[in-house]
Design a protein around this ligand. Sequence first.
Ligand code: XUL
Ligand code: CO
Length: 442
Amino acid sequence: MKKSRAHFPKIGPIAYEGPGTAKQLAFRHYDPDEIVDGKPLSAHLRFSIAYWHAFRGTGADPFGPGTIVRPWEKGRDALSVAKTRMDAAFEFFQKIRAHFWCFHDRDIAPEGRTLAESNRNLDRLVAHAKAHQKASGVKLLWGTANLFSNRRYMCGAATNPDAHVFAYAAAQVKKALEITLELGGENYTFWGGREGYETLLNTNLKREQEHLAAFLHMAVDYAKAIGFKGQFLIEPKPKEPTKHQYDFDVASGIAFLRTFSLERHFKFNIETNHATLAGHTFQHEIEVAAAQGMLGSIDANAGDELLGWDTDQFNTNVKELTLAMVSILRAGGLGSGGFNFDAKLRRPSIDPEDLFHAHIGGMDAYALAFKLARRILADGKFTNFLADRYASYDAGFGRDIEIRKVGFKELEKLVLTKLGEPTPRSGKQEYLENLLNSYLHG
Ligand code: XUL
Ligand code: CO
């Protein structure tokens, strides 16, 4: 591939300088090459850049158009701009030292007047991406299709009341699966987009849910037909853009998948800001997925405590991330998943350099959380506390409850003849909170 000119000429690859460094364009905690348990930290954390925010985000909000103007956004036509933009993106991936990226089909190539033209545009950009991946070693964490921006999808895609729109969405996902396969994508994500409703006055909820299930079955079948072996992921979100999204949170996602016999084929891509919008903590959503062996990947971001929408900020909350990491490590990690920065710059952060500061902050916070979580788990204090708290189920009648050997009759007899009144034990929450702080702050 032709070597393009530098789009970030003043910034070199970000180096690990350690916690004491005064440099801002440096990592304090993330050393991609540090060996942990026989493999580099980069292989544990599998950081990914979200193309839609990092390279399509303009800072637009409902009150005004974009503020972020990138020097590479010019060219003869939409296709050549898309190529130059991708050159800048791969330069950024390498300089920020992320080994993965993620995209929606429409992020990388302009939508044409017809589906056939859109597909041709995609083919051009996929070829370009393939060459960039080969030259840089950057890999595709997951692909997806944008089934929510175009006006045809205003009432949903797979849950649209018009079967014609369903068919169009199916055709779009077919192509998105093909290009994800072509680029060696390790996963494929379904975020509900506009799969939900505003009012039941115009919505047949039961049929819409059945249509969504039919759509996901078609995706599973088509993946099999073309030999795509990547992991399918559902990314729950309770609301926004629709008032009621069908995949509200991980628990409702599990129920949906089981109801429609899809559970073998899907895991969850858990986004921090979606968890908090659903009224859960990030760690809660991770635990619910992990409990069913369905923890797949993470969309790494954060909401704002004072705002009730998806602000998609970079997460620098080490406490929140450490708790999340404890749950992720306890679950055995993310497998083919990774940490995808589905996070955007604030509207006034208009310098290309801000892209670096934002991702450095996110990567450092995750790396520090990873290290703290490993220390917490190695010390075993929380693990031992939990084991002890549930120890009464390890043997005797507690064990019989777990293996369902006893029922109400046997347990009543036990209480009446032997056990009597239980002795309450402290839950020790404040002690545990202090213990957690001793890891976070020494
Ligand atoms: C929207 C969101 C999406 C998905 C991919 O809230 O998180 O960007 O991650 O469609
Ligand atoms: Co997301």
